[in-house]
Design a protein. Structure first.
Length: 370
């Protein structure tokens, strides 16, 4: 048998142009119907509301999310840039404020030094900065940036704050060492400004931890010295110029000997904060041992000369009295003789004239009485 050959059915095939025409016609028809009637638009709107609108909302939310995020990122970048600029401005303002504070502090210090300079205007002074100090909390020994090139010598007095800091103890070409009055080895001959009573101010770092230093040997027999009195350098101090403020009496009590008093002084200088000082270029006048010996020899010679002069004057006075006595003794007989001769001559003349002798004798006596 011969195999059965089935013929393939031809598939219906519509050309694309017809499909385009059909779709276009349907669109036109739908457009006409939607414009003229609501038969098609209402179901389409309903379908769109249930199907398309949620999808659009989702897509809108997603788009909004990304847009918001993009805007936030852009704003964050702008804020970061602005914050960087502001931080730079803040740093500049902080630096400027710090400089202003330093200038203000320095101005205050310079004003204090100016007032101090005016207070002791009779002394020549120069300013200096502290560049180093010994270990510890207090400026009991420190270095300044002026030296022998600037006319600084040892034993020059140093001022700061409101009064005396100390004195120069060592000098280099461009530096000098200052030992303050609070140092343990420091002793200052001082006096009470109101009464001129003498005392000794002694440094003590241990005492200055409480803000005070010691004084002793105060002779206040009248009990006039009280707390708060000013203490200044004495005229008899061999290192410090007179009249420089040291501090104020904070406590005072009698010693066990009932003859002197001792106590504590609050210094006029803050020895915890010293950065600028005034150095008095004048030094206390001192007398050397040779000058003392020469002065003593001159005084002895002067005393001997005065004694010799007194002895000579006494000898001269004694010799003058002896001469006067001799003159008196020698002159008396001669005067008597002369008087007798004159009387005899007068009697002879009276006798020649016929005048009685008794009358002649009486006349001179009556004349002397008048």
């Amino acid at each position: 048998m011969s195999p059965v050959i089935r013929k393939k059915k031809k598939k219906f095939h519509l050309p694309p142009k017809y499909w385009l025409l059909i779709v276009s016609a349907m669109c036109v028809a739908i457009m006409v119907l939607s414009l003229t009637t609501t038969v098609i638009s209402t179901p389409l709107y309903a379908i769109a509301n249930y199907a398309v609108v949620p999808l659009e909302n989702g897509i809108s939310h997603v788009g909004s999310f990304f847009v918001t995020r993009a805007e936030m990122m852009s704003k964050i970048q702008d804020l970061l840039a602005e914050n960087k600029d502001l931080q730079g401005q803040v740093d500049d303002l902080i630096e400027e404020n710090t400089n202003l504070q330093q200038e203000r502090y320095e101005l205050t210090r310079l004003r204090e030094l100016y007032n101090l300079d005016e207070q002791y205007a009779s002394y020549q002074k120069t300013g200096a900065r502290v560049i180093a100090k010994d270990a510890g909390n207090w400026y009991h020994s420190f270095i300044i940036d002026k030296g022998s090139k600037d006319g600084i010598t040892t034993d020059m007095n140093v001022l700061s704050g409101s009064g005396l800091v100390g004195r120069v103890t060592d000098v280099g070409p461009d530096w000098a060492k200052v030992v303050s009055i609070i140092d343990d080895d420091s002793n200052v001959s001082a006096s009470v400004l109101s009464t001129s009573d003498s005392l000794i101010v002694s440094g003590s770092l241990q005492e200055y931890a409480g803000g005070v230093i010691d004084f002793s040997m105060l002779q206040d027999t009248a009990d006039q010295v009280v707390e708060g009195d000013k203490i200044v350098t004495s005229n008899i101090s061999d290192k410090y110029l007179p009249g420089i403020l040291i501090g104020y009496i904070s406590s005072i009590e009698k010693d066990s000997n009932n003859l002197t008093k001792s106590g504590t002084i609050t210094p006029a200088v803050d020895f915890a904060h010293i950065d600028t000082v005034l150095v008095i270029l004048d030094t206390k006048q001192t007398v050397s041992d040779e000058d003392i010996a020469a002065a003593e020899a001159a005084m002895s010679a002067s005393a001997a000369a005065a004694a010799s002069s007194d002895a000579a004057e006494e000898s001269t006075a004694s010799g003058g009295s002896t001469d006067n006595t001799a003159d008196t003794a020698e002159q008396t007989p001669a005067d008597n003789t002369a008087d007798g001769t004159a009387a005899g001559e007068a009697a002879a003349e009276n006798a020649a004239a016929g005048t009685p002798a008794g009358t002649a004798d009486q006349t001179p006596a009556d004349g002397n009485a008048n």
